[in-house]
Design a protein around this ligand. Structure first.
Ligand SMILES: NC(=O)c1ccc[n+]([C@@H]2O[C@H](COP(=O)([O-])OP(=O)(O)OC[C@H]3O[C@@H](n4cnc5c(N)ncnc54)[C@H](OP(=O)(O)O)[C@@H]3O)[C@@H](O)[C@H]2O)c1
Length: 332
């Protein structure tokens, strides 16, 4: 039986999610990989307990996380029921719908039909009465934004989610959705987008500026570029790495010679800062205080501990930032 460490809130820091009352840890844990049916339940427990013991209160899921789709929620639900349920009120659990989940025209994108059915399925798989945050997972140009936002409103008013979020939206669509959600008085508090030293999309599509302007939170996913922005691949491809054990999204082809050179140079800067490359990559995302939390993945508990220590040094000199930008540009 798991009992959480008593000093679990001593090291972690928490930030308000935009102008909302909800605080998130600066480092959150996602269950996209390593929690599906091919992963080991004991390793999952070790990762989750290590995170919670060190102040990570936020756990991020989606209907389709696995493989198979749904299995990450199912496995998380088993661990929650057996070991973590006594800490439910200390946890922020999120889920999403927006990518392909089931066959036919009602298991994808952003219709009211899909979102309402999906939240019910997610709650059942996790054994929960409500999630803390429910996201629409991606923009859907073929469904009126009013319909998607209306479904999110209904999910909150029926008590199935406390807050809502939008994922993979751009700045302009975020602005339009905020107007609709405000009119519906929906507690929309957070954007979930990819953001890392290697992926600056939200700086270019208006999302980062718009979220700051509207006082909405941002939680950035894949802040380590799925492991590229760590020491994982500095000396070849380890047999237990994501490229080998999964390979659905991160592939050997992503490790070009140019990319490897960039990673090696970034690693040198991290060393000068007395940080691991992973810590520097996470600190970079948190550097200006606009991003509320970095949403990491982990295949082992030691990675969680390494990553949490990033919060001890999030500031950069102008010179360091310039060097990082130059490396990224040079090896694009
Ligand atoms: N909203 C969306 O559309 C969306 C999309 C993608 C992800 N997400 C969310 O974001 C979460 C994180 O995504 P991600 O897993 O791609 O994040 P990530 O943190 O960029 O990558 C995680 C991987 O990096 C490696 N790693 C982590 N810490 C390390 C360390 N200290 N040293 C060495 N290697 C380390 C591990 O790879 P190995 O397995 O090789 O050890 C780990 O599995 C997901 O779980 C999900 O919740 C959301």
């Amino acid at each position: 039986m798991y009992f959480a460490m008593e000093d679990r809130y001593e090291q972690m820091r928490y930030a308000h999610c935009g102008s909302s009352g909800l605080k998130l840890p600066l480092v959150s844990l996602g269950l996209w990989h390593n929690f599906g049916d091919f992963s080991n339940l004991e390793t999952m427990k070790d990762i989750l307990f290590t995170a919670f013991d060190n102040g990570i209160t936020h756990f991020d899921l989606a209907n389709n996380y696995g493989p198979a789709p749904g299995s990450a929620e199912k496995n998380f639900g088993i661990i929650l029921k057996e070991e973590l349920s006594k800490y439910r009120d200390e946890m922020i659990i999120s889920s999403k719908a927006g990518y392909t989940m089931w066959e036919g025209p009602y298991g994808d994108w952003g219709s009211r039909k899909y979102l309402i059915a999906s939240i019910d399925q997610s709650l059942k798989r996790m054994g929960l009465e409500y999630v803390d945050i429910f996201y629409h997972h991606r923009m859907d140009k073929n469904t009126p934004l009013e319909e998607t936002c209306g479904a999110l409103a209904q999910i909150v008013s029926s008590g199935k989610a406390l807050y809502v979020g939008l994922s993979n939206y751009d700045g302009e669509t975020l602005k339009q959705a905020t107007k609709i959600l405000d009119e519906l008085k929906v507690p929309f508090i957070i954007n979930q987008n990819r953001y890392s030293i290697f992926d600056r999309t939200i700086e270019n599509n208006g999302l980062k500026d718009m979220a700051a302007k509207l006082k909405k939170g941002i939680i950035s996913f894949s802040p380590l570029a799925q492991g590229l922005l760590t020491d994982r691949y500095l000396n070849g491809i380890p047999s237990d790495s994501r490229i080998v054990t999964d390979g659905r999204f991160l592939k050997e082809d992503n490790l070009t010679t140019k990319k490897m050179e960039a990673i090696s140079k970034l690693n040198d800067i991290a060393k000068e800062r007395d940080q691991s490359l992973a810590q520097m990559a996470l600190a970079w995302v948190l550097r200006d205080g606009i991003v509320t939390s970095v949403l990491i993945g982990a295949s082992k508990s030691s990675q969680v501990l390494d990553n949490i220590a990033a919060i001890n040094k999030v500031c950069f000199s102008e010179e360091e930032l310039k060097k990082i930008d130059e490396i990224v540009k040079e090896y694009e």
